[in-house]
Design a protein around this ligand. Structure first.
Ligand code: ARG
Ligand code: ZN
Length: 865
């Protein structure tokens, strides 16, 4: 049951107004929907029957047209649809459905999270609430009345502004909300519960006073300040950088603990996973704070890039997601350290998105087909999509890009459009032809750049030859060359910059010639990671060390160090396989010593430079993934660098161990990241005083960043007595903080010591674990499969069988999460025949199961193809 982009047809029917009334009760919810429907003058075929989407599990209680009740023979209900023939040109359809939110474990449509009602409608959840043309190009004005028990649900929220409210004599009360902005059904939301509120306000540039309200359970009221500050910063930033103002009198965010994704940009009523909105120094790590800031901004930015201008169909998902991720990344870069933010984003792209791009689920930024759209909320659509927008920004320059963005919003305000429309606006303002550039949207796979060079000392001429290619991906055997920006510097051996500029690549092979280059340069290629490609150039170790020391581009300084570490790690992997002793490069040790002794360096950058590439990243780079060799080589290098630089680690630790009050700003975050990295290296020496130091930090810390870092080190150590004591103490201290308990689970799930599978099996029985809660599933199952490769990939296939068992069980309950957690098994082709075979066995086991959800079926069947 596959849907194709090329089959797109405009909707036959439009809805001008959607009036909803929800009676929220403990045993059931009744929904009365009144839709004002007109035939679409732009539709090709007139006199089409009215077709509405509606989930099979939804009970249809009553249906009428212009007040006339329809009999069963007047309509047909089949899998997922309701069809009504012979309807007038303009009419009001009234429809009553009965829902069972308390039994809804899919967390799509209307469901209950910790006793409160909430909704998740993107992408296709609204059809679980009522029958509707549930597609993003049908936009209507919503008016929503919520009725519920006043004691249990004192707070009743929906999109827009509250316009009326009252009380019934039966203990129920009601509120009516009007949203003046036409919107697609996926942006509808409601919340009902007993919620605490943090309130603030923001005055827009043009003087509109906006009430800002963040709702959460009462116990979490003290964790909302950071989200509020982030929201205000984001609102100001969008005015200043994009000229975008908010357009309603109220902006609301609600925190819920049961949520499939990070957050959702429902018009005027964002619903957030607690993990992306709650923040408090005692319970939230620096990473957590930064995630809150980024996600709050992301959802806010959607108000323009997503809501005011939305997607024509779900193939265009990256139109809103790629653009909005680019916007939130720039916001975070402006609020914190630009280079560190870039390093983090590129690291995610290179590990997870590149892996996706070479997997059976690989797809273009604008996919051509899907079975279940939920499976396409991917790193490719989000992260690679953001890189595509970033390349437009680089090619056009900030000023033209802003003009293009202004034109895009002006042209398409109130419309549902395509990625072509976005690029067209950029073409208009720049006068450039971006036809070739659009291949970034239509071709999957990670392009490869092979660069070689030649220097003619007599002519002072430097030539750079760049070849591009892109490996095949499912359904795309041959790729055409991309148009991409290649930011370049030419650096002399002594570190002097001889040239800096931007090259544009369009051909399969291109030569660039630079005159007047008086010394043989080292190329600093793809500065700032100017395009999402794999770059190959035959650097010598000495050249990489020079760039690590002198490149003026912070990102490429870091990258030079990474390239060197990767090469050295790969050499050790080979030695490990050949049964030779591994060795740690003296040059690397000395380079790191210099970095560590350079107190002028920004601690955040230093920490980035002194972190070895993860096992996941080394896996992505491997021809065939050798789990044991990767782990052994990395552990060898880590412990060697730990021992060789013990004094330096201690000094770095002490330097960063200031007694400042906790603040999540870039400088303090940077100091803590270096401090905790240094602590990890110290502990890796396995010398006695350092575990005690970790324990001391655990006890004395006044923030979760320091406490958790120390906790993980002790919990994974061989000193089991201390470890068990701390595991208990941490549990005792934080058992009532659900988000902290997720960390407690993750630390144990990623413990690399023997017996890991037995430990996670036992933890799944622990009272803090709850298989209905996606955050708990990610914390335990996700962490074991993603961060404990050694054990997940046990040669006997036990890790795979355990995961498959979970998938089959979860698929009955929450297909979106089941399909998500399945990802590691889809990578089977990358492993040795024994492991690949074991993974295939589990995929086949799922395939042989009757009644798989569309979500899991799509992933499993494509993986086996
Ligand atoms: N649009 C949301 C965001 O990126 C993601 C929600 C997707 N939800 C889902 N169930 N697929 O901010
Ligand atoms: Zn988004």
């Amino acid at each position: 049951n596959t849907i194709y982009l090329e089959d797109y047809q405009p909707p036959a029917w439009l809805i001008s107004h959607t009036k909803l009334r929800f009676e929220l009760e403990e045993e059931q919810t009744l929904v009365r929907a009144q839709l004002s429907i007109q035939s679409n003058p732009a539709a090709r075929d007139k006199r089409m029957p009215l077709e509405l989407f509606g989930d099979e599990g939804m009970e249809l209680c009553r249906l009428s047209i212009d007040g006339q009740i329809l009999e069963a023979c007047d309509y047909q209900r089949e899998a997922g649809y309701l069809r009504i023939n012979n309807v007038p040109d303009t009419f009001v359809l009234e429809c009553v459905t009965r829902l069972l939110p308390h039994e809804n474990t899919t967390l799509e449509g209307l469901y209950k999270s910790d006793g409160m009602f909430c909704t998740q409608c993107e992408a296709e959840g609204f059809r679980r609430i009522t029958f509707f043309p549930d597609r993003p190009d049908v936009m209507s004005v919503f008016s929503t009345t919520l009725v519920a028990d006043k004691c249990l649900y004192p707070v009743l929220l929906s999109n827009g502004n509250p316009v009326d409210s009252g009380e019934d004599d039966d203990g129920r009360h009601w509120v009516t909300w009007d949203d003046p902005w036409p919107k697609p059904s996926y942006l509808f939301a409601l919340v009902a519960g007993d919620l605490a509120l943090l309130e603030d306000s923001f005055t827009t540039l043009s003087g509109r006073e906006v009430a800002l309200r963040i709702y959460a359970e009462r116990k979490d009221l003290d964790k909302l300040d950071y989200a509020m500050q982030s929201l205000k910063n984001a609102m100001r930033w969008d005015e200043e950088v994009y000229g975008r103002e908010y357009d309603l009198d109220i902006y609301m965010i609600v925190a819920v603990d049961f949520f499939n994704m990070g957050a959702m940009e429902n018009k005027g009523l964002n619903i957030f996973n607690t993990s992306c909105v709650l923040a408090h120094p005692l319970t939230t790590t620096d990473q957590g704070f930064q995630r809150v800031e980024a996600v709050v901004a992301h959802e806010y930015f959607h108000n323009w890039s997503g809501n005011r201008v939305t997607c024509r169909d779900w193939f265009q998902l990256s139109l809103k997601e790629g653009f909005t991720v680019f916007r939130d990344a720039e916001f975070s870069a402006d609020m914190n350290s630009r280079t560190v933010k870039r390093i983090e984003d590129v690291t995610l792209l290179r590990t997870a998105q590149f892996a996706e791009d070479s997997s059976p689920m690989a797809h273009p930024v604008r996919p051509e087909s899907y079975m279940e759209i939920s499976n396409f909320y991917t790193l490719t659509v989000y992260e690679k999509g953001a890189e595509v927008v970033r390349m437009l920004h680089t090619l056009l320059g900030a000023e033209l890009f802003r003009q293009g963005s202004d034109l895009y919003f002006e042209r398409h305000d109130g419309q549902a459009v395509t990625t072509d429309d976005f690029v067209a606006a950029m073409e208009t303002v720049s006068g450039r032809d971006l036809t070739q550039f659009k291949r970034w949207y239509s071709q999957a796979g990670t392009p490869r750049l092979q660069v070689s060079d030649q220097y003619d000392a007599r002519a002072c001429e430097y030539r750079l030859t760049v070849r591009q290619s892109c490996p095949p991906s499912p359904g795309q055997d041959h790729k055409q060359p991309y148009h991409l920006p290649l930011a370049l510097g030419l650096v002399a051996e002594d570190g002097t910059e001889l040239y800096a500029g931007l090259l544009e690549l369009t051909g399969e092979e291109q030569e660039f010639c630079f005159d007047n280059i008086k010394q043989c340069p080292v190329p600093s290629l793809l500065r700032g990671f100017s395009a999402p490609v794999k770059l190959e150039y035959d650097y010598s170790d000495a050249q990489l060390l020079m760039l690590l020391r002198h490149d003026t581009d912070g990102f490429n300084r870091w990258d030079a160090g990474q390239r060197l570490s990767i090469r050295l790690l790969q050499e050790q992997m080979q030695r490990y396989r050949d049964g030779q002793p591994m060795v740690c490069s003296e040059a690397l040790i000395e380079a790191w010593r210099q970095l560590l002794n350079d107190t002028a360096l920004d601690p955040a950058m230093l920490a980035q430079c002194l972190r070895l590439p993860s096992e996941a990243q080394l896996s992505e780079l491997a021809e065939q993934i050798d789990v044991a060799a990767i782990h052994a080589a990395r552990e060898f290098m880590r412990t060697s660098l730990a021992a060789a630089l013990e004094q330096e680690w201690l000094q770095a630790y002490q330097r960063c161990d200031t007694n400042e009050l906790y603040a999540p700003d870039a400088d303090a975050v940077g100091r803590r990241s270096l401090k905790n990295l240094a602590l990890a290296y110290l502990v890796a020496t396995e010398r006695e005083p350092w575990l005690a130091l970790a324990r001391q930090q655990y006890q004395q810390s006044d923030n979760m960043t320091d406490q958790l870092a120390a906790f993980a080190l002790v919990a994974h150590s061989d000193d089991r007595e201390t470890a068990e004591e701390l595991l208990q103490a941490f549990y005792q201290q934080w058992q009532h903080e659900s988000l902290v308990m997720n960390q407690w689970l993750s630390v144990q799930a990623s413990d690399p010591r023997d017996g890991a599978l037995e430990r996670v099996v036992a933890l799944a029985q622990h009272p803090v674990f709850d298989m209905r809660n996606p955050n708990k599933l990610r914390a335990l199952i996700g962490a074991f499969c993603g961060q404990n490769a050694q054990h997940f990939h046990a040669e006997d296939g036990s890790g795979y069988a355990w995961l498959a068992g979970w998938i089959l069980q979860l698929d009955q309950q929450n297909p979106q999460i089941a399909a998500r957690l399945l990802t590691p098994l889809t990578r089977w082709k990358r492993y040795d025949p024994v492991r690949a075979g074991q993974m295939q066995v589990q995929l086949q086991r799922m395939m042989d199961t009757t009644e798989l959800s569309a979500d899991v079926y799509e992933v499993v069947s494509k993986s086996l193809m």
